[in-house]
Design a protein around this ligand. Sequence first.
Ligand code: ATP
Ligand code: MG
Length: 212
Amino acid sequence: MSEEKKRKIGIMGGTFDPIHIGHLILGEAARQQFSLDKVLFMPAGNPPHKRNRAGRAGDEQRVDMVRLAIASNPGFALSLFEMNEDGYSYTYRTLEMLRKRNPDTEFYFIMGADSLFDFDQWRDPQRIVNAAHIVVATRNQTDPEVFNALLEQRREQFHGDFLKLDTPNLDISSKRIRELIRNRESARYYLPDPVLNYIREHGIYLSSAEKQ
Ligand code: ATP
Ligand code: MG
């Protein structure tokens, strides 16, 4: 099949505990910048011993929150590919399985700069790079030169396609949101209203068990 006819699918993976506007803006920016047909939001599974931890959302709640957050965007979809019974799935396996099932599709795996910094600690990063384009957004006020140098280093290291996503630094994290909610401070506008309402209704993140 010719390149033009290939479907292009973005994958936004994460713990999404909870999903926030950082994740959504990355997905939308990638969709536009790389003309993606769809962006799949793919919550990572938790191994059984990590489910229902105090101060965290349960697996089903994380999925519900993703569903609520992306509902209004026809370019986004939820994927439960990594929410399996034994929990954790490795990214390289997910991508290889998706490739096998969808030979006419090109995959764009989206991440923040923090993930690119630890990328060589991930399980089998070479197989990830072989299976997908890697799309990276800046984060944590990373100096642009440092960011460019890291992208170049990863390209040389893995002979892969590391693409820079053109987004502003979005100073927001799930960890910060959990803190705000636990301290009963406003987290409004850090995440879509329906997600915040869901968190309130279910009393999520109020416990102080999380070690910071
Ligand atoms: P936590 O604080 O719990 O680690 P998080 O905000 O980092 O949560 P994750 O679910 O861990 O969210 O992130 C999923 C992916 O989204 C990662 O690749 C991460 O780098 C990226 N990401 C999350 N928030 C941002 C952000 N504000 N800017 C750029 N990338 C982000
Ligand atoms: Mg994180």
